[in-house]
Design a protein around this ligand. Structure first.
Ligand SMILES: Cc1ncc(COP(=O)(O)O)c(C=O)c1O
Length: 532
């Protein structure tokens, strides 16, 4: 089955209306040769997308060609079986040297050599379409020339600067503040973490604890906020460590496909959000007055779970009513990923603390930050320190990436491409004979999840199928990720600069891999083969 690249009629079964939907992104540009001839770099094409909107089809074609020029072509292109011989050798050496705790080499058995845009090349010369983008970090794609140039230039000048003021640090903060929602834009404060998303989450928790003098935190079932634990618990300075052995209370997230309350989104009245209200209001609920509530606007690792409209706004109004700071973790959803600069903007929500990382570092440099309301800025100097809180190269890259995201209107591009992808996938899912294992297709912008189940009626998760599909995708030249509470959600987080043709090609590969894998392990069978 082929999904129509633009202007090409869809043939074969399974993707209802694919040609129609694909046509919506306009401009037949499926030919990699044409992409190759498009010499100008999208990074230099300031305002291309908005100009294109005004000038109509021809200009849109030209804009799309500039995006096509950002990737290896042709892609995907396989020169060997996957994994090829060099990958095998390097995977074996890695296994002999590196920890058992390594993860991705078990499910994506390739060794990488280079990357460009939304494409990756392995050491055997195989080229892949990248729907994973460094775990959602590469919104502007791999190695974008303008961003790489800013980083290289900075590397020559200064790399390490503690948290002393520097040009890149101030420039990044100015640009970042200009993007923030509501009052954060005018008076918000910024604190850099050191330098992972997890560390910025730690900073956010410390900040609200220091400000409120309370200890406990409310989080949500299915949440993922990082991997750190314990560094403070073994730190001898009790003034710093004191608040960090505090309890965390979990409330239900709005996972409507598997509603924790057994309700339906059409009629539930956002009951799961209102549980937070009653728990905070009831003196006997067992919930001590929390220092903060931390939530993802869309749960990422939890399975690309998009709460229904109004849910986040309800959480915001509850936390405001009870005077509890709201921490919004936009590590994965930030910088245009969901179709707006920040996902909280879909619901008109302005958090007290916004947690940022991943795309903040531009083309994959590690960088993280929190941006928070000025009133919270009551913690002590040195309250959250770290050796690498001033990575100048990452800051220069981050500033260049923000400019690029704005110049190319990447949030708008994510919205349009995301809508196209969701329609195609939902069209495929409607063909129950062909794709019975698709339980739900969901997402926003270019943050998309396909939940795989053994049975649409019982919704029994099917993680073995998901694993088999990920491996089959890799063998066909597409890199995807899995997530979800049960590991049964295929997750797509491509760079926002992906060309429409690569997106369509990737979806086509995914559906082919799904169909083949499903046939290879029928729903009634026992656990399927492990991908590792
Ligand atoms: C929402 C969210 N918060 C925090 C983190 C942790 O970021 P890091 O892996 O950089 O520590 C992640 C990582 O995937 C994330 O998705």
């Amino acid at each position: 089955m082929r999904i129509a690249a633009a202007g090409t009629p869809a043939t074969g079964a399974g993707v209802n209306g694919a040609a129609h939907h694909a046509g919506r992104m306009s401009g037949a540009t499926s030919d990699a040769g044409r992409a190759g001839r498009a010499t100008s770099d999208a990074g230099r094409a300031g305002g291309a997308t908005s100009d294109a909107g005004r000038a109509g089809g021809a200009a849109r074609d030209a804009a799309e060609q500039r995006f096509q020029a950002l990737h290896f072509a042709p892609a995907p292109a396989l020169r060997s079986r996957v994994p090829g011989p060099r990958s095998r050798r390097m995977l074996a050496e890695q296994a002999a040297l590196e920890s058992r705790a390594r993860t991705y080499p078990r499910s994506l058995p390739i060794a990488l050599r280079e990357a460009r845009g939304a494409t990756l090349r392995d050491v055997d010369g195989n080229t892949y379409v990248d729907f994973f983008a460094g775990a959602g970090a590469l919104n502007v794609g791999h190695g974008h020339r303008a961003v790489a140039a800013a980083a290289t230039e900075q590397q020559r000048r200064l790399v390490h600067a503690l948290d002393l003021p520097t040009g890149p640090r101030l420039r990044l903060m100015r640009l970042l503040r200009g993007l923030l929602p509501g009052a954060l834009r005018h008076s918000g404060r910024i604190h850099f973490g050191g330098p992972t998303g997890s560390d910025a989450v730690e900073a956010a928790l410390k900040l609200v604890r220091a400000h409120t003098g309370r200890r406990s935190i409310v989080a949500f079932q299915g949440a993922y906020h990082g991997m750190t634990a314990g560094a403070l618990s073994v730190t001898g300075d009790v003034r710093r460590a004191r608040a960090h052995d505090a309890p965390v209370h979990f409330m239900p997230f709005a996972y409507c496909y598997r509603c924790p309350l057994g309700l339906r989104p059409q009629s539930c009245g956002l009951a799961c959000a209102k549980l937070l209200d009653s728990a905070l209001a009831d003196p006997c609920s067992g919930l001590p007055e929390p220092a903060g509530v931390i939530v993802e606007a869309i749960q990422g690792e939890g399975g690309t779970v998009v709460p229904p409209p109004g849910w986040l706004a309800e959480i915001r109004s509850i936390t405001r009513r009870h005077d509890v700071p709201l921490i919004l973790d936009e590590v994965q959803t930030g910088f245009g990923r969901t179709g707006l600069m920040f996902a909280c903007e879909h619901d008109g929500v302005i958090p007290d603390v916004l947690v940022l990382s991943k795309a903040l570092g531009g083309i994959g440099y590690p960088l993280s930050a929190i941006a928070y309301a000025q009133e919270l800025d009551t913690w002590e100097p040195g309250a959250h320190i770290g050796t690498f809180r001033g990575h100048q190269v990452a800051m220069a890259a981050g500033a260049a990436a923000i400019e690029l995201i704005q110049e190319l209107d990447l949030p708008g591009r994510a919205a349009a491409l995301g809508e196209l992808a969701l329609e195609l996938l939902r069209g495929a899912a409607a063909d129950e004979g062909e794709f019975a294992a698709i339980g739900e297709v969901r997402g926003r912008g270019l943050m998309i999840g396909v939940e795989l189940v053994r049975d649409r009626a019982t919704r029994e998760p099917w993680p073995q199928l998901a694993e088999a599909v990920r491996l089959a995708c890799c063998r066909k030249g597409l890199i995807i990720e899995l997530g979800g509470r049960y590991g049964n959600v295929a997750r797509f987080l491509p760079p926002l600069v992906i060309s429409r043709d690569l997106l369509l090609r990737g979806l086509e590969i995914f559906l082919a891999a799904l169909r083949e894998s499903e046939r290879a392990q029928p729903a009634g069978s026992a656990a399927g083969p492990s991908a590792s």
